[in-house]
Every structure is written in C-alpha cells, then in structure tokens.
Design a binder for this molecule. Structure first.
Ligand SMILES: CC(=O)SCCNC(=O)CCNC(=O)[C@H](O)C(C)(C)COP(=O)(O)OP(=O)(O)OC[C@H]1O[C@@H](n2cnc3c(N)ncnc32)[C@H](O)[C@@H]1OP(=O)(O)O
Length: 400
C-alpha cells in the first residue's frame, strides 16, 4: 500500500533528489552539488510516495507565473523532478502523485502548471498538453556573415556582475510573450551562479537607453582544441532582448566570435528570424523542432477568463477533465472574455487538448482534423481559431 506525503526535511529532500536522479540514470549528487540543489526544495512543494515506508516516487514544483495571450500573467506551478523508482513503475505511483500534486497546486491558487516532458506519452492523461514548441538552429558560422555590423555596445561581463544584470533584463522581458514564465531564485542559482559550466560566457548589449539585451553561451572547443576551429561549437544557452535592435546585435555578435565553426541554438522561438540577418540565409538551418511547454490548466474558468481574444464570433467550448472535475462544463468564449454558460457546446474537448490550443500554438482546425476535438458545429472551428489567434509564437525560453 503506497501513501503520499509532503516532504519537509533535508534528509527526505536529499533522498527524493537521489531517487529522481536515479530514474534518469544519474548517480546521487555529491555534497557540493546537493548544497546548491537544496535551495530548490521548497516547503509544501515536494511530494513523495512511500511503499512499506520506502520512498518509491517523487514530484515537485517551483513557484512561477505564466504570461497569457492578451498580456495577463497568472500564478503557475513549474513541475519538475518527476520520477518513480525503476522497480515500482507501471503500478500507479505517478498517477497517485499527479492527482495529489494537481489538487495541491490548485489549492495553493495556481491557475496553471507547466513542465518539460522527458517523453511525450506520459502527461496527456493527467491533463497536460504540449502548448509551445522550440526550434533548434544550427549556423555555419564562417558562412554566416551578417548583413551589417553590431550597432550598439556589446561587452563580456563576469559571472557575478552578469547574473545581476541579466536577472534585471530578464524581468523586463518575461513574463511577456505568451508562454514566457517567471524564474525563481534557485533557477538562477543552478543555471548561472553554480551552473558548473566553467565555459559559461555572458555578453550584455546596451543601446542609447542602457542595457537592453544579453546572451549566455558556452564554446566547446571540440576534439582538436581551439586551433582546430572545424569542430568548435558555440551553444546559445539564453538570449533575450528588450528591443529588436538589441536582439539583432546579439546575433551579429555571436556570428563574429572567432575560432567557432558552428553555432547551435536549441529551443529558440518558432518565429525568430535569424536567417534574415545574414547575407546567406542558408547558413542558418532549422535542425529540430520540439515540444517545449506542457501546460496543465488547473483552474479553467480563470484561465479562460484572463486570456485575451481577438475579434470574432463567439464559440461555446465543452471541457472534460477527469482529474479536476470542477473544470468540467461549457464556456462561452467571446472577444470580451469567457464565462461559464448553460448553452450547448459547439466544440467538445479534453482539458489537455484545450491546453494545446490555449496559448495559440495549435490551431483548432488541426485538432479537429486529427480527431482530438468533437466538432458539434463545423463552423465553430474557424471561429475558435480566429478568437485564439496570437501575434507572436508562444514560447517559454526557460528550461527547468
Ligand atoms: C517533468 C519531469 O520531471 S519529466 C521526467 C519524468 N521522469 C522520467 O522520465 C524518469 C523515468 N521514468 C519514470 O520515473 C516513470 O516511468 C514515470 C514517472 C514516467 C511514470 O511513473 P509510473 O509510476 O510508472 O506511472 P503510472 O504507473 O502511474 O502510469 C500511469 C499510466 O501512464 C502510462 N505510462 C507512464 N509512464 C509511461 C511511459 N514512460 N511510457 C508509456 N506509458 C507510460 C502507464 O502505462 C499507465 O497507463 P495506464 O493508466 O493505461 O495503465
């Protein structure tokens, strides 16, 4: 018989951390890494499942916020470190933990939860839908001559100063575009201050109004060392800009870094126009496109009400939610907002399918064409697409 507990002491947190790492086939963290990871274990946010007194599974979350289309920002639980011991999988341990976590986050007041999925088949059943995607760009650096020179000022900064500057800049840009999220203290600590990346470099760009963009990157010199620039790869880890000018300068800077053969930029927004900066746009290839944010709408009435909609005829959505049945029902969605209604639905969908469309990434017509949507009124599909349309591709840009 398994029971689920909220963990609250360091020994249990460390056991949960080791359990999770074991599910990813990593050894437990050594003491110095654990000291850093401990900051990310927050009271009330770490759950574990016990079987006969032994810990067999764990999930946790971080406090965050999510930008919605229309500009509103809602409370969001960033779910992470999900794992079940290899000798206890496929007997409902994760299902129990998910059920407790989803209810717990909703009770905390979170409107949504998001996560990054190790496998695409795990989370749909719990009501998560793939709601944003990212592209991996690969640039042949020597061929990728920019069409113009860097216009503002671009400077390399040390880690300590850099962290301070980029945190401030990040808070100016995110939450901003739909899908962007707020980062929590331990995210910065684990990904910048104590990233373990000796090669981490931070470059800040400034224009007439001061600092307005940054890029964090690392260069792997490759097997031949830096003198063999054929195999050295620069990886873009984090790049944000307040203005289009700052964004363009940061990319111009990157393609000017010497002794680099290739630039790899994983999980960038779908609408980032890097090729247009280059004299030879073919020097920039899209080499992958992956799901990024898995979104779980915990409070559907609030999520739908706080999202912005475009001008179009209204539509009535019928929502099904096995795990959080309070969300079930019909919602009238119109340009001025969304409310519960007694009207018969035009389209009926599970909450994971609604999540896929919610930030504007997946059109309702794609969901209808693939049978993920029950279409009662065929004309409602185009109306829903018009209402849910967005200007910018939804994107988070924060991996956790
Ligand atoms: C946000 C993140 O942290 S992502 C990282 C997720 N963790 C990992 O990938 C680590 C390795 N994997 C694991 O630890 C486990 O396999 C988990 C956590 C993914 C699943 O835990 P389990 O306890 O086995 O899940 P549980 O038994 O509750 O499964 C529920 C259902 O999902 C299905 N399922 C669960 N995991 C998978 C999977 N990886 N592939 C296919 N189906 C799966 C089960 O078959 C079951 O289906 P059913 O209801 O039709 O019987």
């Amino acid at each position: 018989m398994t029971d689920i507990r909220v963990l609250d002491d360091e020994a249990d947190y460390r056991a949960a951390h080791a359990l999770f790492r074991g599910t990813l086939h990593h050894p437990p963290a050594p003491d110095d890494r654990w000291k850093v990871a401990l900051e990310s274990y927050l009271p009330g946010r770490v759950l574990a499942s016990f079987d006969g007194g032994e810990m067999v599974g764990t999930v946790q979350s971080f406090p965050s916020a999510l930008a919605l289309p229309g500009g509103e920002v809602v409370r969001m639980g960033a779910v992470s470190r999900v794992g079940v011991r290899a000798d206890r999988t496929r007997r409902g341990v994760l299902s129990g933990l998910q059920s407790a976590q989803l209810r717990g986050l909703r009770e905390l007041g979170d409107v949504a939860a998001t996560l990054r999925a190790s496998e695409a088949v795990i989370y749909g059943r719990f009501g998560y839908g793939a709601a944003t995607r990212g592209r991996t760009l690969r640039l042949d650096r020597r061929r990728a001559a920019p069409r113009s020179r860097v216009r503002g000022d671009v400077r390399l900064v040390g880690l300590e100063e850099g962290e301070r500057i980029i945190r401030t800049l990040f808070e100016r840009v995110s939450p901003g575009r739909p899908g962007t999220i707020a980062r929590w203290d331990a995210w910065w600590s684990m990904n910048v201050r104590h990233s373990g990346e000796e090669a981490l470099r931070i470059v800040v760009r400034s224009g007439p109004g001061g600092d307005d963009g940054y890029v964090a990157y690392k260069v792997d010199p490759g097997s031949g060392g830096l003198l063999d620039e054929r195999s050295s790869v620069l990886t873009v880890l984090d790049l944000w800009a307040v203005t289009p000018e700052a964004w363009a300068d940061l990319w111009r800077f990157l393609v000017g870094v010497d002794l680099v053969s290739e630039i790899s930029a994983p999980l960038r927004p779908l609408d980032e126009p890097v090729g247009w900066l280059l004299a030879d746009p073919r020097a920039c290839k899209v080499v992958a496109e992956d799901d990024e944010t898995w979104l779980r709408l915990l409070d559907v009435p609030q999520a739908l009400a706080r999202r912005g909609y475009r001008a179009a005829e209204p539509v009535v959505l019928g929502v099904r939610d096995r795990y959080l049945p309070d969300n079930e029902g019909a919602y009238l969605v119109a340009p001025d907002g969304a409310t519960r209604t007694d009207r018969e639905p035009d389209l009926v969908l599970d909450v994971d399918v609604l999540a896929a469309a919610f930030l504007g990434d997946v059109p309702f017509r794609a969901l209808a064409a693939t049978g993920r949507l029950e279409v009662v009124d065929p004309a409602a599909v185009a109306r829903a697409d018009a209402l849910f349309a967005v200007d910018q591709s939804p994107w988070s840009g924060t991996y956790f």
